[in-house]
Design a protein around this ligand. Structure first.
Ligand code: PLP
Length: 449
């Protein structure tokens, strides 16, 4: 990680330039990812392609864990990138995992996590999913409704165990912040902070539940360390309140994820030094508070750990002019990378950082609209790009693509092939999900009969 990562200031140059200079590199005119040129990766694994730099994932975990230090243990929110090879790097580094489905539980276990290192949140968990996780001895279930309190209690009783549970709290307005808010307003997630007394009573009434924690997660893509610290402070205050109301010490205080990364020119990077200083102060006050002294604090970021480590590579299929505008049409698009097309909840569609991965350093550039192969104008990844004069066969890279990429995209839309995923580590690359045809699983389905 470069010094730019700890600085709040926006450095000169385009974001794409800074990202390439800071974390990637250029060799022979090619974008290089973990030391491997883009054309070698595309030749070996096909196009389009997600590539993740495993060394960088490990480094980001280490830097963040060091920054929050004694204050909090870092869990990885596997929804950001559920490929088990990616999660396995973080598990081996000491991360716990936060999951949101039964399938994510299986992926977490496949990645090497022990059930005792996994926590499970989500507003509408299914009985089969809970049964799987509780039966396997998951560390903690995060309760989000009164129905779920009864369901988890019944499942735990069936398994003859007492399940550790946390109350997920939808915090009050002062904890707001971030691009997509999950709390601090009416929301489907968790229980409103104002109803805590009733929730604690409902949990206490179940003999097969043990109140072990609280969980807050107010929003994602927060670029301001002060907002994060305000939410953490509020989380500790609520944890003390739950301890007081329930009359028992908590094991865990989960302060959520939400640390953001820059996607657009002008976006700041989160001030890690400020976060670290704030964490020291919070740690001191938590340890001094008898209501909180014995609890472990954790945070569960996803995007921050893996987002900057991924690149989505596509080959150009055609370049054409339409009424004076240049269109570059690639073999990849919104069906693999919805977020980069601006259709994953963004109000304003702004381009991710885009590079001409096979023509790095070329100075002759012109504006271009970068489109995917789908028959919809939504399939546009670059609205205001300035790219070299690309031709069919060239490679384009969308940076900051390691989080909420493939698994957050409508891969079935128009039934194009699924892209491969590749992990680069220690100068070597390996396929961690092979290319596939979307139609393959369907052709032998019951519709034939
Ligand atoms: C409960 C929970 N925890 C953690 C995360 C990870 O958020 P981020 O990737 O912004 O860190 C999410 C994302 O939606 C979430 O819902």
């Amino acid at each position: 990680m470069t010094s730019a990562e700890t600085s709040h200031a926006v450095a000169p140059g385009t974001l794409a330039d800074r990202i390439v200079a800071g974390h990637f590199g250029v060799s022979g005119g090619q974008l290089s990812i973990g030391g491997i040129p883009a054309d070698a990766l595309v030749t070996a694994h096909g196009s389009p392609l997600f590539v993740y730099d495993g060394d960088m994932i490990e480094a980001r975990f280490d830097v963040l864990q060091a920054a929050v230090g004694r204050f909090a243990k870092v869990y990885y929110s596997i929804k950001a990138n559920p490929n088990p090879a990616v999660a396995a790097l973080l598990v081996a580094r000491g991360a716990g995992l936060e999951i949101a489905s039964g399938a994510e539980f299986k992926l977490a276990v496949a990645a090497g996590a022990l059930p005792a290192e996994i926590i499970f949140a989500g507003p509408g968990k299914g009985e089969d999913e809970l049964d799987l996780a509780i039966g396997a001895g998951i560390s903690e279930i995060h309760l989000e409704s009164f129905e779920e309190i009864a369901l988890v209690a019944a499942i735990a009783a069936r398994h003859g165990c007492v399940a550790d549970v946390a109350i997920r709290i939808n915090p009050g307005a002062e904890a707001q912040g971030g691009a997509m808010r999950m709390g601090g307003r009416p929301a489907a997630f968790g229980f409103d902070e104002e109803t805590l007394g009733d929730v604690i009573a409902a949990v206490a009434a179940q003999a097969s539940l043990r109140l072990s924690g609280v969980h807050l997660f107010a929003g994602t893509q927060i670029l301001d360390a002060e907002v994060v610290l305000r939410q953490w402070t509020h989380g500790l205050r609520l944890a003390a309140e739950v301890t007081r109301l329930s009359g028992r010490a908590l094991d865990r205080i989960d302060l959520g994820g939400g640390l953001g990364i820059p996607y657009h020119d002008g976006d700041a990077t989160i001030d890690l030094a400020r976060l670290a200083a704030g964490a020291v102060a919070l740690d001191r006050s938590r340890r001094a508070d008898p209501l909180l002294a014995s609890a472990e604090v954790l945070i569960e970021p996803g995007r921050y750990l893996v987002g900057p480590c991924g690149v989505y590579l596509m080959r150009v299929r055609a370049v054409k002019q339409s009424r004076g505008q240049r269109f570059v049409i690639a073999d990849g698009g919104m069906h693999h990378h919805l977020a980069a097309s601006g259709n994953l909840g963004q109000v304003i569609k702004r381009d991710y950082p885009i590079v001409a991965a096979s023509r790095m350093g070329e100075t002759e550039r012109a504006s271009a609209t970068l489109c995917g192969p789908l028959c919809t104008p939504l399939d546009t990844l670059g609205r205001q790009t300035t790219l070299p004069l690309l031709a069919a066969g060239d490679i384009v890279g969308v940076m900051q693509s390691g989080a909420y990429g493939l698994s957050a995209s409508p891969v079935g839309f128009l039934s194009h092939p699924m892209p491969a995923e590749v992990l680069v580590r220690g100068g070597a690359h390996r396929c961690i999900r092979s290319r596939g045809n979307f139609d393959e699983p369907l052709v032998n389905q019951p519709w034939r009969r």
